[in-house]
Design a protein around this ligand. Structure first.
Ligand code: GAP
Length: 534
């Protein structure tokens, strides 16, 4: 765990206007974040890179490396609030929950599976010391808490007889000997209780329970509900994918680790529809393609991994899932956190929205029955099957879902980019963001504010502004201006100097190599375009 790197990054994000705590002037709101002037550009660039690479620039007629055949891609932008029946049929109403435990002493709530602790015996008493942090940090915390509880000094630490390593609270049967993460006495944690993660809202002015609705916890369901509209209106043929970028909301019990687990966040999701027999090949294709996307945009291979889920980890709809995970600095050394999930959802969603909510019965998915023997939640009754002209086959499409988080991706790119290094005896902080993602593509500096340099610099700025987000800075020494742009992740700095007045060239300084070259003003647009698209 590298908390010092994380602390420095969080502080840079605030100081330079990448990310602020939401409603900060009122003390903040836990689990909600705002993107500042630099952050909004970075996050937009990430979403636009995703949209461009996955949807717009996709070659609908060519076969991509690793793909079983050509495929089409289109987009959608669905509403955040949907008919409440959507969430009943999707399974979220019944199944999208975590277990929480509440402490009656500290009044704090914890996610049951995110409380860790260790059994320890001292002074003839055996207790389970619980903490809210895993790994090395959690182990250290248990020691501090145990010393305090048993009223022991650090030098008497050997009096603590530990049993085993840090374990999850879920393994503890009886909470009477448990010392809660923020409690001073034993047995203050209540029984684990189910907690639905969907955020409730009310539609219309009457405000009764019959007007209750939910903010979507994933963008995916808007795609499933519009599947038929897209097939009928855009004449796409299976295999094809629908992409969507948009906000999702989850009432996370313990939002944590900066923006990693928030209550409001953005997703970038693809639902890819294919024939059942080809779905395993498409699943593999999307796993590999999405993994490569992060590498192409600068995440280092040693900090990025693809991990297949164990059977017990699979969501209620999934018959196979892999996560793309990143070694975020707030995690213990060797630990990885989820960046994106690629799920093989089979025909669960389309059939649920057609027939009613499905449940697994052995190897089959069947409509779940209510106590009256009728479907527990009725589907739309619409025919969501697909007829393939070429083979005259009718089938319900299988779905592969690469589901990424825009905020987690932003955080991963920031963590990867953050770097402290020495330059000519000076310490600099630099964000080595991929040029495609950088908030500003270039900064323009007149070397001095005289001799006509500002006029040329302003013209360069205005001309480049038509093509890219660029920044103009004429204050302070050039070295300081470079440092400010290094912290903002700006890949190129252009300086208009004495020589510019003679030959209409400027220096272009590379953020990472620090190499400076001279480029003709007339060629700047083309030179920058070639570099930022790389
Ligand atoms: N449609 C499938 C789905 O929503 P998920 O694994 O629950 O799957 C997909 O979420 C991605 O959304 C995650 O990999 C993560 O990047 C992002 N995400 C999920 N919950 C989040 C949260 N509370 N805060 C930030 N990002 C989140």
């Amino acid at each position: 765990m590298d908390m010092s790197k994380m602390d420095k990054l969080v502080s840079l994000c605030k100081r330079r206007g990448f990310i602020f705590q939401s409603s900060e002037i009122y003390g903040g709101l836990n689990g909600f974040w705002d993107y500042g002037p630099l952050g909004v550009e970075l996050k937009r660039n990430i979403k636009e890179a995703w949209w461009r690479d996955m949807v717009q620039a996709h070659d609908d007629i060519g076969v991509l490396p690793g793909a079983p055949s050509p495929f089409e891609m289109v987009g959608l932008d669905c509403s955040i609030i949907m008919h409440p029946q959507v969430w009943k049929c999707s399974g979220h109403y019944d199944l999208f929950h975590d277990f929480k435990v509440e402490c009656n002493e500290s009044k704090k709530r914890y996610r049951y599976d995110q409380v860790w602790g260790r059994w320890v015996e001292a002074k003839g008493q055996r207790i389970f010391v619980a903490v809210a942090a895993p790994g090395e940090e959690g182990t250290k915390e248990t020691e501090q808490k145990a010393l305090k509880f048993f009223n022991l000094r650090a030098k008497n630490v050997e009096e603590l007889k530990w049993e085993g390593d840090l374990a999850c609270l879920t393994a503890v049967k009886d909470f009477a000997p448990v010392l809660g993460p923020d409690a001073k006495s034993l047995g203050t944690l209540g029984e684990p209780r189910e907690f639905n993660l969907m955020m409730k809202t009310i539609i219309g002015a009457l405000g009764g329970e019959e007007d209750a609705a939910f903010l979507r916890p994933e963008t995916a369901q808007g795609i499933f509900c519009n599947y038929k509209n897209v097939v009928d209106s855009s004449r796409v043929k299976i295999p094809f994918g629908i992409g969507q970028v948009g906000k999702s909301f989850r009432n996370e019990i313990t939002p944590r680790n900066f923006t990693f687990r928030s209550r409001e966040f953005e997703q970038m999701e693809i639902e890819f529809f294919c024939k059942p027999a080809t779905s395993p090949d498409w699943y593999k294709f999307w796993r590999d393609r999405r993994y490569q996307w992060y590498l192409n945009l600068g995440l280092a291979q040693e900090r990025l991994r693809l991990r297949d889920h164990h059977k017990e980890e699979l969501s209620h709809y999934s018959c196979g899932t892999a996560d793309i995970e990143y070694a975020f600095p707030f995690l213990a050394a060797g630990d990885f956190g989820e960046l994106e999930g690629i799920a093989h959802r089979g025909d669960f969603d389309l059939r649920s929205h057609q027939e009613g909510k499905l449940v697994r019965q052995g190897d089959n998915l069947v409509v779940e029955q209510g106590p009256d023997g009728k479907p527990k939640y009725k589907g739309s009754g619409k025919d969501l099957s697909y007829f393939e002209e070429a083979t005259k086959e009718r089938f319900i499409s299988h779905v592969i879902e690469p589901s990424a988080g825009a905020d987690r991706a932003t955080l991963a790119f920031l963590c990867e980019a953050y770097c402290e290094e020495e330059v000519k005896g000076d310490q600099r902080v630099v964000l080595k963001l991929h040029p495609r993602l950088a908030p500003y593509k270039a900064a323009i500096f007149p070397l001095v504010n005289k001799d006509g340099m500002p006029d040329i610099a302003q013209k360069v700025y205005r001309d480049l502004k038509k093509s890219f987000n660029v920044f103009y800075d004429d204050s302070g020494a050039v070295g300081r201006r470079y440092r400010r742009m290094d912290e903002a992740g700006t890949p190129y700095c252009l300086t208009i100097d004495g020589q510019t007045l003679q030959d209409q060239t400027v220096t272009i300084r590379d953020r990472d190599t620090l190499v400076q070259e001279r480029v003709a003003i007339a060629e700047l647009e083309a030179v920058i375009r070639a570099r930022v698209q790389g």
